[in-house]
Design a binder for this molecule. Structure first.
Ligand SMILES: Cc1ncc(COP(=O)(O)OP(=O)(O)O)c(N)n1
Ligand SMILES: Cc1nc(C(=O)O)sc1CCOP(=O)(O)O
Ligand SMILES: [Mg+2]
Length: 377
């Protein structure tokens, strides 16, 4: 038979369509399930996708497996050699997820429409699966997009301020608004003097206010409180939970920051799933006492390490920290650092003026090109 001759038996053609689209939908659902499970570590989404895949298998069991397999004829399928450039290009996990949701929806619609000619109950059950997919797929894509926006914001960030929980909630809200308006990109809630309940409450309110004001909101030390308060991320030091354990708590799309004090710790951080590093202490300051100051020499080492890196994934944004303010930010910038994290310089009544000086100086250093749209698990 010529490869261009139509299939003589329409019901066999229908079975062929159903077989192909059942496979397509199952493959799409499995692709999405893997992203929810291994990339997002999202239990509920993983369970939803798994149950959709099982329900599809159940729906398919109404059709004769023998007839489906007999109708399969991949060798004569004129579509197997037709590909579009889009099918070949998957630059990141978000594009894999978008392609899989689209393909699965289309396959389910085909199953439903062609299924009506064979078995109405089958078509109705596929219709239900298709509707459930709308919601689950929307949640999945939204989680990925939120993660992406966060990471894009992180990669553009220069000025990072550490704040305490303030004497009350309203005072903290006003502080967040002022610092956001003054040009701060990231805020960290760092307070060891309040109880867990207060920290959690401030972290939760801060998450909402920071989001409204387009600044990232990071919780110091406490992965549990960061996760419970829907913060953008958590910052940990060398003496706290390892990054891999922190990541298990906050999930793949949250930001995890790690303090580093020497170049070995920086290399280890770049080999981990930490999203950014703090490098210091650079200078003595009022906020925290140190015996040893790696200083600008350390910053120069990090800048060299970063500029020698071969791949984007080997490099993470690095924020110089420790005693930095308007009077010494030029020394930091000279090392090649265009990002800083500060407490004292932005804690008093000169916060707005100081932020302006710091930003202007930092902006003289070009930030490395990045592919912020890619989630790199
Ligand atoms: C951005 C940033 N860098 C470094 C630190 C310090 O973290 P750590 O060493 O864990 O010390 P504490 O802040 O917990 O006293 C930071 N918090 N943020
Ligand atoms: C909390 C903290 N960690 C540091 C580190 O080097 O890891 S320096 C530091 C204090 C940052 O506040 P200030 O800008 O007032 O010095
Ligand atoms: Mg810490």
């Amino acid at each position: 038979m010529s490869p261009h001759r139509p299939t003589a038996d329409p019901s066999k053609a229908c079975m062929r369509i159903l077989d192909a689209n059942a496979n397509r939908a199952a493959e799409g659902l499995r692709t999405l399930e893997e992203s929810a499970r291994f990339v997002l570590c999202a239990h509920a989404l993983t369970a939803d996708l798994k149950s959709l895949r099982h329900d599809l298998t159940n729906a398919m069991s109404r059709l004769s497996r023998v007839e489906l397999l007999r109708a399969r004829d991949t060798g004569r399928d004129v579509g197997t050699t037709t590909t579009t450039p889009g099918e070949q290009s998957r630059t990141d996990i978000v594009s894999i997820v978008s392609a899989a949701t689209g393909r699965t929806q289309q396959a389910l619609r085909c199953l439903e429409e062609y299924g009506k000619t064979i078995d109405g109950v089958f078509a109705a059950s596929v219709e239900q699966i298709r509707y459930r997919c709308y919601d689950v797929f929307a949640s999945l894509e939204l989680v990925f997009m939120a993660g992406n926006r966060r990471h894009a914001r992180l990669h553009d960030a220069r000025l990072y301020a550490l704040i305490d929980a303030s004497e009350n909630e309203q005072a903290m809200i006003e502080r967040i608004r002022l610092l956001a308006d003054a040009g701060v990109d990231i805020l960290q809630l760092r307070d060891r003097h309040v109880d867990d309940r207060t920290l959690y409450q401030r972290a939760s309110v801060g998450s909402c206010v920071a989001r409204e004001n387009d600044v990232l909101w990071i919780v110091n030390d406490r992965a549990d409180i960061a996760a419970a308060s829907s913060a953008d991320g958590v910052h940990v030091g060398q003496e706290e939970l390892p990054v891999a354990e922190v990541r298990r708590i906050v999930g793949a799309d949250a930001i995890v920051g790690l303090s580093t004090h020497d170049i070995h710790q920086v290399r280890e951080a770049f080999a981990s799933t930490a999203d950014y590093i703090g490098c210091g202490p650079v200078f003595p300051g009022q906020t925290k006492q140190f015996e040893h100051f790696p200083g600008c020499e350390f910053l120069r080492e990090v800048a060299t390490e970063t500029s020698n890196a071969q791949h984007f994934a080997q490099v993470r944004p690095a924020f110089a920290i420790g005693g930095i303010g308007p009077s010494n930010v030029c020394d930091v910038v000279e090392t090649g650092f265009g990002r800083i994290a500060v407490t004292g310089a932005l804690s008093g009544s000169s916060a707005r003026e100081n932020a302006a000086v710091l930003r202007t100086t930092l902006e003289t250093v070009a930030l490395p090109e990045h592919s912020a749209a890619a989630i790199t698990p």
